[in-house]
Write a protein that binds this ligand. Structure first.
Ligand code: PLP
Length: 398
């Protein structure tokens, strides 16, 4: 089956470019773990020649991911950060990139550490205000990059408004759609030019690979980024592509459960007197709930909270959960708890974190697909123990 937009999302995830293989009629594409492919003659180059350039497993994954973002093209990378760098490869020395101030720390690090060495200018804008974006545009601005919902505060930016502003000013509009996943949000349909994913997260869904994807409609951009990928060689292995393809088949089912569980967790936290603020775009109390509703089909699996206490209470909760694992990353089937101050946002200074509204009382939850009652009980016991001072960890086998 080719990229058929008339077939629904769930079916596309399972069937696009995944007809039985020609050699043995295998229902699942074999892993083409080969660096190179033989030529039958010098007159005829094989479809795949050398795996840094292309590989059958990667091509299948690219077809599926393009289809899930309602796009014409995808180029897969060995990490989400490599896909971000691919977007920046479209900007030349002397040109300027505008980056939303509330963006993944790795992307920010590229702005602070790498772009200056390439003589590419970059500055920030407030992603919640199109006026701030307009005001930050310089004569040499070429690209705008943002993400929504954001990390860790899950604030929501108006994709249509940012994309319209980019269009009006002739800027390339790039969005990192990792937190939402293509099941929840399709930014190209809302006017963006390029979608980036860390496929490490929801798309692969099992915390067992690192990968990234660059997705667009414009064939010229696709070709430039494909050339970049083969030149720098930041490509995923055939096995990682195969694992990602296996994971993405259940993206819709997993996302339904992630969103369901996250809504229950958010409602529980919102009513817990030990929690000062719960951040979840699906809560009607979320300041950008209306925007979220207008651009997301569901509200995702990420929830964050600020405890009504001190940093020590947040740290104790992070160490007292029995099912939520204390770890980096997100988007896997297992629930994860993170303490942004020391983990995802640990590289920032305290002042930088304060400016972004990330406080030492903050916790970030990647709500998995386990039984929701177990998750709520786990948070309940961890919060209760954190506030009576007991911090010993209890390992449970489930
Ligand atoms: N974008 C977002 C929103 C992320 O959360 C991450 C990683 O956490 C990345 C990009 C980078 O992805 P990777 O770790 O696959 O390089």
């Amino acid at each position: 089956m080719t990229n058929n937009r008339y077939v629904k999302f769930t079916t596309r995830a399972i069937r696009v470019a995944q007809d039985p293989d020609k050699e043995a009629n295998a229902v699942i594409q074999p892993i083409f773990q080969s660096a190179t492919f033989a030529w039958n003659s010098l007159d005829e180059m094989p479809a795949h020649d050398y795996t840094r350039v292309s590989n059958p497993n990667r091509s299948t994954l690219e077809a599926v991911l393009a289809s899930l973002e309602n796009a014409n093209h995808a180029v897969c990378f060995g990490s989400g950060m490599a896909a971000v760098m691919a977007a920046f490869s479209l900007v030349k020395c002397g040109e300027h990139i505008l980056m939303a101030s509330d963006i993944y720390g790795g992307t920010q690090r590229v702005k602070d550490k790498l772009l200056p060495t390439m003589a590419i200018e970059a500055s920030e804008f407030d992603g919640h205000s199109v006026a701030s974006l307009e005001a930050a545009i310089q004569p040499n601005t070429k690209m705008v990059i943002f993400e929504t919902p954001t990390n860790p505060n899950l604030s929501v930016m108006d994709i249509r408004a940012i994309a319209n502003c980019c269009k009006k000013n002739g800027l390339r509009c790039v969005i990192d759609n990792t937190f939402a996943s293509p099941y929840v949000q399709n930014p190209l349909d809302l006017g963006c030019d390029i979608v980036i994913h860390s496929t490490t997260k929801y798309i692969s869904g099992h915390s067992d690979i690192i990968g990234g994807a660059f997705i667009c409609n414009d064939p010229d951009i696709q070709y430039r980024v494909f050339e970049y990928s083969k030149t720098v060689g930041a490509v995923p292995s055939p096995f990682d592509c195969w694992l990602t393809l296996r994971g993405v088949k259940t993206l819709a089912l997993r996302m339904e459960r992630h969103c369901h569980n996250a809504a229950l967790v958010a409602n529980y936290l919102a009513q817990n007197p030990r929690v000062k603020t719960t951040y979840y775009p699906g809560l009607t109390s979320h300041p950008e709930h209306a925007i979220a509703k207008s651009q997301m089909s569901a509200f995702g699996g990420m929830v964050s909270l600020e405890v009504d206490g001190e940093a020590i209470h947040a740290k104790r909760i992070a160490e007292a959960t029995r099912i939520f694992m204390l770890a980096e990353s997100l988007g896997g089937v297992e629930s994860i708890i993170g303490y942004p101050t020391l983990m995802s946002h640990g590289a920032m200074t305290e002042a930088e974190r304060q400016a972004k509204g990330i406080r030492p009382t903050h916790l970030r939850l990647s709500v998995g697909i386990e039984d929701s009652e177990d998750l709520l009980e786990d948070l309940d016991q961890a919060i209760a123990r954190a506030f009576i001072g007991s911090t010993e960890r209890v390992l449970v086998t489930v």
